[in-house]
Write a protein of this length. Structure first.
Length: 213
């Protein structure tokens, strides 16, 4: 097949150069078995962070085979928030967060809820647009903090190290109280119910459930 102009003359056989550009997908993945809250994992879980343009697709797969009725809930570390994840297949769950800035650091984990209990993965820090700059924000030391639960009027944290900050979130992820450099928080103005307490010490952070009565 040849090309001709309106007078019927053949066009010169000039090559055409095409430059195709695809959106880069930069991903980091790994496997772990640490549970920062809830029951321990019998096997563990896989995790993947994928940068797609200005979005990050987060996927977690529960590897345990002894859990029934599993759902995945994405936990944002700071400020704390929960988001229902989409079930891909089996025990694989995913959620895409949009409007991210390349080079910024995000930190997420997943709460796997199932019949009879739940298990929460570690938080994983990921630099948006990075090729495997995943770091674990370990909560092993801060998991040792404790308090009397249920709480009446005042929340008092017992922890061997210095408590830099205490944040209290309601169950829809709204910050309702924040105190700095103290182990005691006045909660008498908070309504009765279930809250999440985030305790900071240095670079460590841990979250536990609190009931106010």
């Amino acid at each position: 097949m040849s090309a001709r102009d309106l007078a019927g003359n053949n066009f010169a056989n000039n090559p055409i150069s095409l430059n195709a550009t695809t959106t880069a997908v930069i991903s980091c993945s790994g496997t772990d078995s640490v549970a920062q809250q809830g029951a321990p994992f019998s096997i563990g879980y896989n995790y993947t962070f994928e940068t797609i343009g200005n979005s990050v697709k987060i996927t977690f797969e529960l590897l345990d085979t002894d859990k029934v009725g599993v759902v995945g809930i994405l936990w944002r570390q700071s400020p704390f928030a929960e988001t229902q994840m989409t079930n891909v297949s089996g025990n694989i769950f995913t959620h895409t967060i949009t409007g991210q800035t390349l080079g910024s650091t995000i930190s997420y984990g997943v709460k796997f809820a199932y019949v009879g209990g739940f298990s929460v993965t570690n938080y994983f820090q990921y630099v948006v647009g990075s090729n495997c700059a995943l770091n674990v924000s370990s909560a092993s030391e801060l998991d040792q903090f404790s308090f009397v639960n249920p709480v009446h009027d005042y929340l008092t944290i017992s922890y061997a190290s210095v408590v830099d900050k205490i944040e209290i979130y309601n169950m829809i992820g709204n910050l309702v109280s924040e105190t700095i450099n103290t182990n005691t928080v006045d909660v008498h103005n908070l309504s009765q119910g279930i809250y999440l307490v985030a305790v900071y010490s240095g670079k460590n952070r841990s979250v536990k459930k609190m009931v106010i009565k």
